[in-house]
Design a binder for this molecule. Structure first.
Ligand SMILES: Nc1ncnc2c1ncn2[C@@H]1O[C@H](COP(=O)(O)OP(=O)(O)OP(=O)(O)O)[C@@H](O)[C@H]1O
Length: 536
């Protein structure tokens, strides 16, 4: 643990990217297996300690660390793990032969049951030095937050051993920690791990946000940014697998899609649920070319994270994939081809696939950027999150590369709503009324809730709202306060859809408070019917 603790300590205090690469590289070259592999897993977020839960760690802290001292020091130190590491009362432990190497510690924690985990973690904390405790707690909470991204850690590994970074990225998803085969390859002790032994997931090509920039439409193609989930569909060795954005195998939740792609190859696209709206619901350019409207993201959530899906689920929430790229056709690797050539190959292949399960993401016809801006501003479909821009001559490369793909999200929608109820928050906000339910007017002049938000405001606004709530309470129901219906909040949200959860029949996606509008009388807040018109 000592070497890993030193590594974290040095990384925490290092700003420069090159210095971080050097520190990491030195660590990886001089640390034995399996410790360096587990360190990589911790740094890349690929470490899985199923028995260790945040609530369990919180309980342990409450039990062993003075809560008042903890609260005071936490504000001062600013980091929970560091605070606990400093305050943990180390009992006199008799010298014993417990192996405190990183590999052993991780392996013991990783295989512990829920019941064993607290005592095991406490026992380790008792035996470690403060720096090592800090490292252990960071690892256990799964949030290192020390300014090292997964990409940087992999770059350090590739540079330390003179490996090709793209190759490392590609192999990464097929290997499990502690990656001994990868290090053996790096040190020249073994050949590169064989791809055919692995699932064929390839790292996704990702986008940068388009910030205040304009691009030349001669160089970029535009597509809608669909609001589903990214999926890679691979057919190889007689088997079809679906991989999520994180590289997780999600085939079991989507057998309807898997069954519809049975030729060797790998495709990239957006997984969505077919909506009842029909093509006419898509009032966007290119909408007619799409096989039908997509249902809201909520519908997709019904299908996610399921190990098995019932026949009922499959018919109530039929899935389809809106394709936008092709990585392999048979065993031909198309990734080095420019986007334009891949698009032609994708269109040819998509035409042969069942239309119920696959369609092709339409291109937006815009000769210049100003036209594109206008088209984007007019898009009101709930399935559209914005626009994607793709460099026409770019190869398919994993990760985010400057200048190749851009995402340009739609401006959020806004509505003026009236604050109706407030509730205390959790954690740092538990002493404030910081969760707000707000409503809009019906035609009959009744105020009905349309959503709930707790983000978007500054600490100062939070304190102001908290005071306002306390001073304007008209009723209390358990933790909830009803307030005078006089304060207008401007709410920003990404989209709105029909829902039975609220009396208004509407639900907002990602609502947040954009502004407190003391300048507007409550009677002039928006009407439910006005919001309803924003449903796609
Ligand atoms: N036509 C499209 N082409 C590419 N990506 C698309 C398209 N439509 C929707 N998307 C989604 O947009 C994302 C592109 O943004 P990015 O590469 O930054 O990934 P992300 O981190 O998943 O982003 P976000 O959370 O903004 O969707 C893709 O991951 C994909 O899920």
């Amino acid at each position: 643990m000592r070497a890993f603790a030193d590594l974290l300590e040095r990384l925490v205090y290092t700003r420069s990217r090159n210095a971080k690469l050097r520190i990491l590289g030195d660590y990886l070259r001089t640390t034995p297996d399996p410790d360096r592999g587990w360190a990589m897993a911790a740094l890349t977020g690929d470490l899985d300690l199923p028995a260790i839960k945040p609530a369990m760690i919180r309980a342990l802290i409450m039990e062993r660390v003075d809560p008042v001292l903890f609260a005071l020091s936490r504000d001062y130190v600013g980091d929970t793990a560091e605070t606990v590491a400093l305050l943990w009362p180390r009992p006199p432990v008799a010298p014993d032969s417990v192996d405190l190497s990183l590999g052993t510690v991780v392996e013991r924690l990783g295989s512990a049951s829920r019941a064993e985990a607290p005592a095991l973690l406490a026992g380790l904390l008792d035996r470690l030095e403060p720096g090592e405790r800090f490292a252990l707690l960071k690892m256990a909470t799964g949030a290192l937050r020390i300014g090292v991204t997964a990409r940087l850690a992999k770059t350090a590994l590739a540079e330390a051993f003179g490996l090709d970074l793209d190759r490392v990225e590609e192999l990464w998803h097929g290997l499990a920690p502690p990656y001994a085969a990868l290090f053996a390859w790096g040190e020249g002790a073994a050949p590169a791990p064989a791809m055919q032994d692995m699932p064929l997931f390839r790292p996704f090509m990702l986008a940068h946000p388009l910030e205040d920039g304009r691009v030349d439409m001669a160089d970029y193609a535009a597509e809608w940014k669909w609001d589903g989930i990214r999926v890679q569909i691979v057919h190889a060795g007689g088997e079809t697998r679906l991989y999520s954005r994180a590289g997780d195998d999600i085939t079991r939740a989507f057998p309807d899609i898997a069954a519809a792609f049975s030729q060797p190859g790998a495709l990239d696209g957006e997984l969505m649920i077919r909506g009842a709206g029909g093509a006419e619901a898509l009032n966007v350019q290119g909408g007619e070319a799409q096989g039908g409207a997509a249902a809201s993201f909520n519908a997709l959530q019904q299908r996610l994270n399921r190990k098995t899906v019932s026949a009922r689920m499959l018919s109530d929430y039929p899935a389809f994939v809106r394709l936008y790229d092709i990585l392999f056709d048979g065993d031909e690797d198309l990734r080095p081809l420019p986007w334009t050539a891949r698009r032609v190959r994708l269109a040819q292949l998509a035409a042969r696939l069942p239309a119920t399960r696959f369609d092709l993401s339409a291109l937006i016809e815009a000769d210049d950027f100003t036209t594109l801006e206008a088209i984007r501003a007019g898009a009101r479909d709930a399935a559209i999150e914005g626009v994607m821009l793709k460099r026409r001559d770019s190869a398919y490369v994993g990760g985010r590369r400057v200048g190749l793909w851009y995402k340009w999200k739609r401006d959020p929608l806004t509505a003026d709503c009236v604050l109706m109820y407030a509730q205390r928050g959790s954690g740092r906000r538990s002493s404030f009324y910081s969760d707000y339910t707000f409503g809009c007017w019906t035609e009959a002049g009744e105020l009905v809730p349309v959503g709930k938000a707790y983000s978007g405001i500054t600490d100062q606004e939070l304190r102001w709202l908290d005071r306002w709530v306390r001073g304007h309470t008209t009723g209390r129901f358990g933790p909830v306060r009803e307030v005078e219906k006089t304060l207008v909040l401007e709410i920003a949200f990404d989209s709105i859809h029909a829902s039975t959860r609220h009396k208004s029949g509407l639900a907002m996606r990602f609502p947040r408070i954009a502004r407190i509008r003391q300048d507007k009388p409550a009677a002039e807040a928006d009407r439910v019917a006005t919001l309803g018109r924003l449903i796609a």
